[in-house]
Design a protein around this ligand. Structure first.
Ligand SMILES: [Zn+2]
Length: 130
């Protein structure tokens, strides 16, 4: 059985690759959802609306979008404000509540394992359809 930390790492990789590729255009570039910077998908980050430490939303597609490193790492406050508006504009206000409800769930190690395994399976297949 794979170590949980290995599974989490693999799930993060598969998820991040898919999310950044999904939002890339014909030229292989994405637009940062919070500042509008246009950059190669490989240089973009897979930004989490509900922070990455929250497991129930860590690999949830609607919680993940491309952002530049400047926004995701260095401009956290502005990024969070604009990201909230992006979620509302894209999915509606209910989605914010829904994600915030998931954020509160305390996840057991076995649930974490299950979510990581599901993410690996789902995103490794999904990336082939792009
Ligand atoms: Zn940005």
């Amino acid at each position: 059985m794979k170590k949980l930390s290995t599974l989490v790492h693999d799930a993060d990789r598969a998820t991040s690759e898919y999310i950044r590729m999904k939002y890339s255009d014909f030229a292989g570039n994405v637009t940062c959802i919070t500042c509008g910077k246009y950059l190669p998908w490989k240089d973009a980050h897979c930004a989490h609306y509900i922070e990455r430490g929250r497991i129930e939303t860590r690999w949830l597609e609607e919680n993940l979008h491309p952002a530049c490193s400047g926004c995701n790492v260095f401009m956290k406050e502005r990024h969070k404000r604009r990201y909230t508006l992006f979620i509302i504009d894209t999915y509606g206000r209910e989605k914010v509540k829904e994600l915030e409800a998931l954020e509160k769930i305390v996840v057991s190690p076995s649930r974490k394992r299950q979510l990581a395994e599901e993410a690996i399976e789902y995103y490794r297949e999904a990336v082939k359809t792009l």
